[in-house]
Design a protein around this ligand. Structure first.
Ligand code: AMP
Ligand code: GLY
Length: 423
């Protein structure tokens, strides 16, 4: 079969690596992809749903796999379903309504409360009832959590230490459009204290396959300090996700989510990413995402030894229960190599040396491009993800850091303490 994958980051590099391994695939296209992904498939740059659709018709594409959330929230799945020449193409990724689980914090919180899924208590406000919002803040204690309702490029969540700051930010979000239209509504919620982890399923709307869990390291600085980033590293498995905790996640969170979607008549096909927090041994949902995580996927997919395309193929017939996932019991760890200055301003176009020296590691490109001398140069904040497998987290991390010693570019930065809290 022929597959088109959308995306260009480390997450999509990891998805592409598994798709390329499948015995079911004839032609594999990636849009836009990156220089590292050229080893997995043919990279082309397609702009907008219409170009993507036309390309699928021209190349007889059978399946569209969507990496990032934006096209899903924008309705790419609905676009394919409503077009006669495209409706037979299987889309791995939910439709627009289902994608609201990520696209609207208000929608996802309401969904969780309706279906008794553990999450922080909350209320939603608009500029019309901002005074009530300030009253609600007074019923909570510090720190205060404010969330822009819509997608805000990962920046829409504010955690504030004083009520004065929280009130000011609430005004900025609702009255001054701090996050554009994404903050026309703001969710204020109770702060939960605990350790976070990421759990993933692939679902056909009825059945689901549980993928390996992971933990990501979000802050720029060592010891989890400084600004939030897209993710500086990840590990899988997560030591505190033992059998008892995972069973609670399945019963109280995953099963209720799948049942809830069915009860509401929302058809969901694709990945669901549960951003969870462990509060004294009880899992709570911090957020849903309608895609895989980055840089979790780099570690999670390194541990999947079965054919992922076989799973994708069982989705349309809702027979995902027949899929036998094979998970490698080894530990996988990922360390992100970033441009110095990220997540604030940073320089690009730095030549990356030493990528070919990696032997016992997977090198995923995340923010790279090729210059006209065919050299690989930096083009983003998060540049390269280095993923290794080991008998335990420590061994996998040692391999990552040994690999990194051979890789360099001007002002390269990475965290040297990934996984240290759990070793
Ligand atoms: P989100 O974009 O919803 O994942 O939020 C970004 C980050 O903010 C999360 O990964 C958490 O670290 C933190 N966060 C969000 N909501 C809460 C909450 N209710 N309590 C504590 N931390 C939170
Ligand atoms: N690593 C968190 C995310 O992908 O949203």
């Amino acid at each position: 079969m022929n597959i088109l994958l959308l995306g260009s980051g480390g997450r999509e590099s990891a998805i592409a690596r598994l798709i390329a391994k499948s015995h079911k695939v004839n032609n594999f296209f990636i849009s836009p992809g990156n220089p590292g992904m050229k080893t997995y498939g043919e990279c082309i740059s397609l702009d907008g749903f219409e170009q993507i659709g036309n390309f699928c018709i021209e190349k007889n594409v059978d399946m569209l796999v969507v990496g990032p959330e934006q096209p899903l929230v924008d309705g790419i799945s609905d676009y394919f379903a409503s077009n006669n020449s495209l409706k037979n193409i299987v889309v791995i990724g939910p439709n627009k309504i289902a994608a609201q689980l990520e696209g609207s914090k208000d929608f996802s919180k309401e969904f969780m409360f309706k279906h008794n899924i553990p999450t922080a208590k909350y209320r939603t406000f608009t500029s019309k009832n901002i005074t009530e919002g300030k009253e609600f803040l007074k019923t909570l204690s510090a720190p205060y959590v404010l969330k822009a309702d819509g997608l805000a490029a990962g920046k829409g969540v504010l955690i504030l230490n004083s009520i004065e700051e929280a009130e000011k930010e609430l005004e900025d979000m609702l009255n001054n459009q701090k996050f554009g239209s994404a903050s026309n509504k703001v969710v204020i919620e109770e702060y939960l204290s605990g350790i976070e982890c990421s759990v993933f399923v692939l679902t056909d709307g009825k059945n689901y396959v549980l993928l390996p869990e992971a933990k990501d390291y979000k802050r720029i600085g060592e010891g989890d300090t400084g600004l939030n980033t897209g993710g500086m590293g990840s590990i899988s498995p997560v030591p505190f996700c033992d059998e008892v905790f995972m069973q609670k996640i399945k019963t109280n969170i995953i099963d209720r989510t799948i049942d809830g979607l069915q009860k509401e008549g929302i058809h969901y096909q694709g990945f669901i990413f549960f951003g969870l927090i462990n509060v004294n041994g009880e899992p709570y949902v911090i957020e849903y995402n309608v895609r895989m995580g980055d840089p979790e996927t780099e570690s999670v997919f390194a541990r999947i030894d079965s054919d992922i395309v076989e799973a994708f193929c069982l989705i349309e017939s809702q027979k995902l229960n027949e899929y036998k996932i094979k998970i490698n019991p080894m530990s996988a760890t990922t360390v992100m190599l970033c441009s110095g200055g990220y997540p604030e301003s940073y320089e690009k176009n730095k030549i990356i040396q030493g990528l070919d020296k990696a032997t016992d590691a997977i090198i995923y490109h995340a923010g790279t491009k090729e210059n006209d001398r065919n050299e690989i140069i930096t083009s983003g904040g998060r540049v390269i993800a280095v993923t290794c497998l080991g008998d335990n987290i420590k061994q996998a991390l040692d391999k990552c850091y040994n690999t990194i010693r051979n890789i360099s570019f001007d002002k390269m930065y990475y965290r040297k303490d990934i996984g240290n809290d759990l070793i």
